[in-house]
Write a protein that binds this ligand. Structure first.
Ligand code: HEM
Length: 433
């Protein structure tokens, strides 16, 4: 028995599988959320010991998640993988990198002081005062996208035909990338987050045991190659777009190493796309299932800010990040040990009855729920949260007043992922107001 198992109660296998495995997230209502509710009540910091995985503490309570995230000196993102992989997949990555789990130089793989230095380079760009200036540009995009939605003549797949495109277009506009590159950037971000979903895998690797890790590596190589030319271009011809800000960032008077620039592009392109898509599409399903909530917002558009926050809490598009204890510590009065791994279960924290009340499973824009866990906490808290809020708010403002009725027109389907994602298909039937 490992140290981890001695100090925490083992989670029953069926519950552990329901909370951890990517396939469980394809039926979150019947599989993952009931498992999280059971864990919060019976074993909120227990250890999942699944075949092929390291033992991991599942952090399912809101307060525990904050307490871990706010102690980065104890609960680090490195040196183990900040994203949960099987032992075989992690071994495969290490075999490619010569031993490191860090296949890309993205901020999520870093701890202070490196994390602080890199994140600081573009922090000013993400501050509310700067983000505000893009509101009209984003509104223009939102209006065009809503016009496009109504061109579908009353029926579409809201995930595939709408939800994926709008956030991608926003992020590409902010970056300053040409619209004709859209299919390429779309495919790359999908591959990053859809590695466990058989439908998202590259055909040539889909049948091999190392498929997910191989696909990840291939996506990284494609990303790096794609952005290299843009870095060179912006260094030669600086502009005021985000690409140029990153490409021309300097440490000690020197341009940042290209691996850091690539890491920043990857972080923003991937984190800024599927998260917002999943929130938007999940919010649409919640509004279809709760038509009273849709009417409430349509009749009082001042509720839109509440709708944005409730959508992020309710959908929780980021399913987990991992932390590793670098020294012994206490969480929930329980001793945890150096080397222990923690899966921060954001969807569970966001349904914690102790924080959000007995109706935490309801989608309700009339209640002020206070702070939610959807963007995380501490030094790794979502860097793009002001952008995410802005683009969701503007989209709802443009879409909802024009929406007369909306209903399901088929079965919603979820991406098979325990990392970032949500609905990949939401067939709807709708009418103009
Ligand atoms: C509703 C949409 C979004 C949600 C729910 C979301 C959520 C999150 C979460 C939970 C984290 C990890 C926090 C942690 O480890 O404590 C994160 C990190 C991050 N997000 Fe977001 N995000 C969203 C949209 C965006 C957008 C639009 C961007 C960029 C434009 C973005 C950029 C980032 C970056 C760069 C990080 C890494 C921060 C770090 O490790 O220091 N996100 N996000």
């Amino acid at each position: 028995m490992t140290t981890t198992q001695q100090s925490a109660a083992l989670i029953p296998d069926d519950v552990a599988r329901a909370a951890v495995l990517p396939e469980s997230y394809t039926d979150e209502k019947n599989v993952t959320y009931p498992a999280f509710a059971w864990l919060r009540k019976n074993n909120p910091l227990g250890v999942a010991q699944l075949d092929g995985f390291d033992p991991i503490h599942l952090v399912t309570k809101f307060d525990d998640l904050i307490s871990i995230e706010r102690r980065p000196e104890i609960f680090a993102n490195a040196p183990k993988n900040p994203i949960l992989n099987s032992q075989a997949d992690d071994a495969f990555i290490r075999s490619l990198t010569g031993g490191s789990i860090r296949s890309i130089d993205v901020v999520t793989y870093m701890d202070p002081p490196e994390h602080t230095t890199i994140r600081r380079l573009i922090n000013p760009w993400f501050r509310p005062g700067n983000v505000k200036q893009f509101a009209e540009q984003v509104r223009g995009l939102a209006k065009r996208e809503v016009d496009r939605l109504f061109d579908y003549d009353g029926e579409c797949d809201f995930a595939k035909d709408f939800g994926l495109l709008y956030p991608l277009r926003v992020i590409m506009t902010l970056f300053g990338l040409p619209p004709e590159d859209e299919p390429k950037v779309m495919k790359l971000t999908q591959e990053f987050f859809g590695t466990n979903d058989p439908e998202e895998q590259r055909a040539e690797v889909a049948m091999t045991p190392d498929a997910a890790a191989r696909m990840w590596t291939a996506a990284v190589a494609d990303f790096n190659a794609y952005f290299h030319q843009h870095t060179m271009d912006r260094r030669a011809n600086p502009t005021d777009d985000l690409l140029s800000i990153i490409a021309n960032s300097k440490i000690d008077g020197e341009f940042i190493d290209e691996r850091y620039a690539n890491g920043e592009y990857i972080a923003i392109a991937t984190a800024g796309h599927d998260t917002t898509s999943a929130t938007l599409v999940g919010a649409m399903l919640a509004l279809i299932e709760n038509p009273d909530q849709l009417r409430l917002v349509q009749n009082d558009m001042s509720l839109v800010d509440r709708l944005v926050e409730e959508s992020i809490r309710y959908v929780s598009p980021v399913k987990h990040f991992m932390r590793t204890a670098v020294q012994d510590a206490e969480v929930r009065g329980q001793t945890v040990h150096e080397g222990d791994r923690f899966m921060l279960c954001f969807p569970s924290a966001n349904r914690d009855e102790e924080k959000f009340g007995p109706d935490s499973h309801d989608f309700d824009v009339t209640v002020d729920r206070g702070k939610h866990a959807g963007f995380g906490f501490g030094p790794h808290q979502c860097q793009g949260m002001m952008i995410a809020r802005l683009e969701l708010k503007i989209l709802f403002e443009e879409l909802l007043p024009r929406l007369g009725s909306v209903e399901l027109n088929g079965t919603p389907r979820y991406t098979q992922t325990n990392f970032v994602g949500g609905l990949k298909s939401l067939p709807i039937r709708f009418r103009h107001a």
